[in-house]
Design a protein around this ligand. Structure first.
Ligand SMILES: Cc1cc2nc3c(=O)[nH]c(=O)nc-3n(C[C@H](O)[C@H](O)[C@H](O)COP(=O)(O)OP(=O)(O)OC[C@H]3O[C@@H](n4cnc5c(N)ncnc54)[C@H](O)[C@@H]3O)c2cc1C
Length: 370
């Protein structure tokens, strides 16, 4: 029933806006309102905080349905989950009660780890937090943060004790409007142009002690758990994108006539579409399996499962959307059809939440782990 509602919402309300928000690089506030009114902004949130307590598998399917028509709009749901999960997984009950209900009612969340000098090597981050009495003073910066400048609450990663490395990182829930928080540019991007990515600056930013997520030193564990989970979300976004491109191409191939017959009759086109469909289905199964590992709270299988799903699904989405443009020929290259946008959107998924090279590293490390 939930997926039927999502499909209808995607078809009736989100698809018609997809080209426009891409072209204008516009954050779709109307889509945020649509999600909020339909209880879809934060499906993973337990009912006691105002969500529907969706299992990860259902959330992944919701993201997939939206991504079929607009990957940027799916990214809004993913960024919301990414920003909310660190508090849900590691925050005190008081912190959860302070912020989680708002996320179901339209307040936006963000997850801020990456810095200009710390991307794949995220543990080399330079942002520091120093405790003074009942508050922390934070200095540093973050970049590329999805929802960054529109988020009401940011899950922020810093070092409180950099000498302790992994055990010296601490996370905070930072409110928009905090003294010392400012915003740089919103990025001008190749794809996913309906989402916002921002620079954040912290200049003696003050964060109250009660906004610390967990204890000092628990930040890196929290960050890794959130990032790992998010890889399953990225994977289902990729599966949705790939399926959306296939749907567009099948419809086009049936009506595009060359040499006196629809190109759908050409075996060369049929074979390409068969490959696209089979690889998308394979990616979907791997992705659903990763979501099941998350639901089963199986940390060992989850790490490898989410990494594999992420790189297989996003590499598949990249290939499938590129082939979709190819099958549609010159029309595929034009903005009158959605497949060129899908191809640009797919590229991001090979990069964010850990590049696909890093995903292969994680997978290999798990293979060789005793
Ligand atoms: C649109 C967008 C949205 C994003 N949203 C967020 C967000 O909401 N929050 C957030 O914290 N971050 C976000 N990011 C950051 C994203 O997670 C990083 O861009 C990503 O982790 C890669 O880091 P980097 O860009 O610094 O690349 P680099 O780490 O500089 O990597 C450059 C290249 O080197 C390769 N490489 C690096 N190290 C290795 C290695 N050890 N082995 C093999 N290859 C390696 C990489 O795979 C890549 O090809 C976002 C990024 C983008 C583009």
């Amino acid at each position: 029933m939930i997926l039927d509602t999502v499909r209808e919402m995607a078809r009736e309300k989100i698809k018609p806006r997809a080209a426009e928000i891409d072209e204008k690089q516009e954050f779709p506030w109307d889509t945020v309102t649509l999600y909020t009114e339909n209880g879809m902004l934060t499906p993973l949130l337990p009912e006691k905080y105002g969500g529907i307590g969706a299992p990860f598998l259902l959330f992944c399917m919701i993201v997939e349905e939206i991504a079929k028509v607009c990957a940027s709009s799916a990214l809004i749901l993913i960024a919301q989950a990414d920003g909310m999960l660190p508090i849900l997984m590691g925050g005190s009950e008081a912190l959860k009660e302070k912020y989680l209900p708002g996320f179901a009612k339209g307040k936006l969340a963000a997850f801020a780890a990456t810095e200009p000098g710390a991307g794949s090597d995220v543990l080399s981050m330079k942002t520091r937090a120093r405790r003074v009495d009942e508050k922390y003073i934070v200095n540093g910066e973050k970049c590329f943060i999805t929802n960054g400048s529109v988020a009401d609450v940011i899950s922020l990663y810093t070092y409180t004790d950099p000498d302790k490395k992994f055990k010296g990182m601490t996370a905070f829930a930072v409110e928009k409007g905090s003294a010392g928080l400012s915003y740089g540019k919103n990025e001008n991007k190749m794809g996913m142009r309906g989402s916002i990515n921002s620079e954040l600056f912290f200049d003696d930013m003050i964060v109250p002690v009660e906004n610390r997520i967990g204890e000092e030193g628990e930040g890196a564990g929290n960050m890794m758990a959130a990032l790992n989970t998010s890889r399953a979300f990225a994977a289902c976004q990729a599966v949705g994108l790939a399926q959306g491109a296939i749907d567009e191409v099948v419809a086009y191939a049936k009506q595009r006539v060359q040499f006196g017959r629809p190109i759908a009759d050409l075996q060369a086109v049929q074979f390409m579409l068969a490959e696209m469909e089979a690889s998308t289905e394979a990616a979907r199964l791997l992705t659903y399996q990763a979501a099941r590992y998350l639901d089963e709270r199986n940390p060992r299988l989850t790490l490898k499962g989410c990494a594999m799903a992420k790189f297989i699904a996003s590499d598949t989405a990249m290939k499938v959307t590129t082939d979709a443009v190819q099958i549609m020929g010159g029309y595929g290259y034009m903005k009158d059809f959605p497949v060129e946008r899908m191809m640009r959107d797919a590229k991001l998924i090979q990069i964010y939440t850990g590049t696909n090279q890093i995903m292969r590293l994680v997978t290999a490390r798990e293979l060789f782990r005793a």
